[in-house]
Design a protein around this ligand. Structure first.
Ligand code: V47
Ligand code: SF4
Length: 374
């Protein structure tokens, strides 16, 4: 594979700076922030895809992961007002929902003996719900399905509920682990650069807080994911700064499983006027992420956010995971204008999508233990 790509590079008319970066990549060397910028600014899609795919195949061959999961969104009531968010409502506002504990547990009951391995719980930052409220719900979820993996609460939700319980981050995360929290999803990261964070979500947990929560979680044996929200007012430099913070933290802790680039979707939010980036930009961004984040085991294309077609194409641009069956249990993206209004895929749909891209479908659990190869 290395020889093939070297021959291709020699024969193609590729500028010297890109050749240098390609040589680094194929020899397993880390690229710098400036080199990432060169890739974003000068790298053609086919070139970026070739390098990202080289890394993806070195790490995972043709394997493409998915899982059987469902989401619970306890409430979309949120004290914050992020400009890109189409989902949050205030108490009493039209479109606001609050599930009761009974509603939540009834949903969990309905997944008993269905083969799901993960429940992903996230929502707005509700002013009245605290760590112990959610902790007790997690305990009850595990009484219903004891071996389910609970991936729950963005760092933004965690900051609020831990502060409300008057605990330190360390104490709060330890307590949540005792209650049944197994891992933390990647949301709330958005863009770490202060110039952009100030513009799009200045009220909620700061970038340092986000990083601190994930670091503290990793130290307590709670793995996590990381996201970036791209395609709005940020520049390539901001994306690289974001990934650089994540790469540094991953060097320190090794606690991240997967990086999930989330494309900004424009319907029903305050940033709508700026529009959306196109699929070429999506694929480019997946590829540069795969090349830059050499210490992240996985890159995920979250299909309800990006659509099934781009998710399939992304499998040739560094992505090795497309998340799960979902079962129409999340509203974040349908409310923001994503392609699938009722996101739901059967195992067979996921297997077909992956096979149509010429890859090998592998059902995984949240921590990437393989459950079944199709
Ligand atoms: O932090 C909100 C994003 C995130 C919009 O860890 C939007 O496996 C685009 O983090 N356009 C929450 N994005 C979702 C999330 C996630 C999703 C899937 C898997 C995992 C994982 C994590 O959704 C928020 C924000 O970045 N978001 N509004 C929007 N209009
Ligand atoms: Fe609240 Fe999250 Fe929406 Fe921000 S993105 S307003 S924190 S629900």
């Amino acid at each position: 594979m290395k020889q093939n790509i070297e021959t291709l590079l020699q024969n193609a008319d590729i500028p010297e700076d890109l050749q240098t970066i390609a040589n680094k990549v194929i020899n397993g060397k880390r690229i710098s922030d400036n080199e990432a910028l060169t890739l974003y600014e000068k790298g053609e899609l086919a070139f970026l895809g070739m390098l990202a795919n080289f890394i993806r195949e070195q790490k995972h061959g043709d394997k493409t992961y998915f899982n059987k999961n469902f989401h619970i969104e306890p409430s979309n009531i949120c004290i914050y007002n992020c400009k890109f968010c189409s989902y949050a409502r205030k108490i009493g506002e039209e479109g606001a929902w609050e599930l009761t504990e009974e509603d939540i547990l009834k949903t969990v009951e309905s997944y008993k003996n269905k083969g799901v391995t993960e429940v992903h719980i996230v929502g707005g930052v509700h002013p009245k719900r605290d760590l112990h409220y959610y902790g007790k719900i997690m305990q009850k979820i595990k009484q219903i399905i004891p071996d389910i993996h609970i991936k729950a609460f963005t760092a933004v939700e965690l900051e609020y509920m831990i502060k409300k319980a008057k605990l330190s981050l360390d104490e709060g995360l330890k307590k949540l682990k005792e209650y049944g929290l197994d891992s933390i999803p990647g949301g709330g990261a958005e863009i770490f650069h202060p110039d952009i964070r100030k513009e799009i979500c200045d009220e909620k947990a700061s970038s340092d807080m986000w990083l601190n929560i994930h670091e503290t979680a990793h130290k307590n044996g709670i793995p996590s994911n990381a996201t970036i929200l791209y395609g709005h007012i940020e520049s390539y430099r901001h994306r690289i700064h974001h990934m650089s913070e994540l790469r540094k933290l991953q060097d320190k802790t090794g606690g991240f499983n997967t990086f999930i680039p989330l494309k900004y979707r424009k319907e029903n939010n305050t940033l709508s006027h700026i529009g959306e980036v196109n699929s070429i930009e999506d694929l480019k961004n997946f590829a540069v992420s795969r090349i830059y984040l050499d210490n992240f085991p996985h890159i995920k294309a979250y299909w309800p956010g990006i659509g099934k077609n781009t998710a399939r194409l992304s499998l040739s641009f560094g992505v090795d995971d497309i998340d799960g069956t979902i079962d129409d249990s999340t509203k974040i993206y349908s409310m923001a204008g994503a392609e699938d209004k009722n996101p739901k895929m059967t195992t067979q749909d996921l297997v077909n999508l992956i096979k149509n891209a010429g890859r090998t479908p592998v059902e995984r659990d949240t921590l990437y233990n393989e459950i079944k190869i199709y």
